[in-house]
Design a protein around this ligand. Sequence first.
Ligand code: ADP
Ligand code: MG
Length: 316
Amino acid sequence: MEKTVVKIDNLVKRYGELVALDHFSLEIKEGEIFGLLGPNGSGKTTTINCLLSLLSFDKGSIEIFGKKMTPVSYDIKKDIGVIMQNVVVSEELTVYENIDYFCGLYITDKKLRKQYVEEAIKFVGLEEFTKFYPKKLSGGLLRRLNIACGIAHKPKLIILDEPTVAVDPQSRNKILEGIQELNKNGVTIIYTSHYMEEVEQICTRIAIMDRGRKVAEGTKDELKRMIKNTETISIEALGLGEDVLAEMRALPHVYDVKYDEKLLVISCSGGKHNLIRALEVLQKRELGFGRVYSELPTLNEVFLEITGKALRDKEE
Ligand code: ADP
Ligand code: MG
């Protein structure tokens, strides 16, 4: 049996009138890459801050490594690496000095610390930038520095709060690969994001949050099995009539049909030949169509079915 690394029990956190966490519970086992997925404002950062005892809460309890977490639990904190949503590095220190500073909070042996700092630099790929000051770094490199500062002391549990927001694709891949590599070496990871693709890509288990509540939890396959959607078919076709749409709706396994005069979107639950049957409806009437594609459900469909809204705003 894997050990429990984090146990959050019935956590309630209010900011004045606002209930930011509403009886939120979570159990994370050793070796997991646990994803906290939810839209902006769903309570991810609040969860992390409570977890770290940086924030007091109204109800509930938190245990880390089997011990109660308190603001003075330094023995627990030394085994945790935190990468906050907002970059927290010193502008006065170079890349090397920043990592050395944060590592030095936990590792006092100078020789060991030098080795750890160098390993962290190599790990995030900042070898060429060690003498740079933070303001000379691009957003992606700054994020990588932030990560190096959080992991240099070789913690057993690493918490990353939206580490890839506003990061270029190259740094983003580097970060995601880095997380998986740390995990391979036995580190337990908590990863928050509102990007479902990332969470799907790297997380072994996922909790979906909405308005301070856990609305679903499981592996990505388990989550997808919770919903009725199994396939979404999109067909580009102009000027389809109501009779065509009615026939589409009546097809077996189809539970929803949407049309905006250009794109026909058909949601299906089960069945094997849904795409072929939909195209037959058009061909029978000699109606032309453009691009056709069929997609398996993503965590976005899961979020949509459970909460009734899209995970992401359109403009993102
Ligand atoms: P997320 O990290 O998922 O975007 P947060 O935990 O930051 O969500 O926020 C959860 C809710 O709590 C939001 O409605 C947010 O506006 C509110 N909130 C967060 N921090 C504070 C604060 N310091 N004071 C008042 N409300 C806050
Ligand atoms: Mg946040």
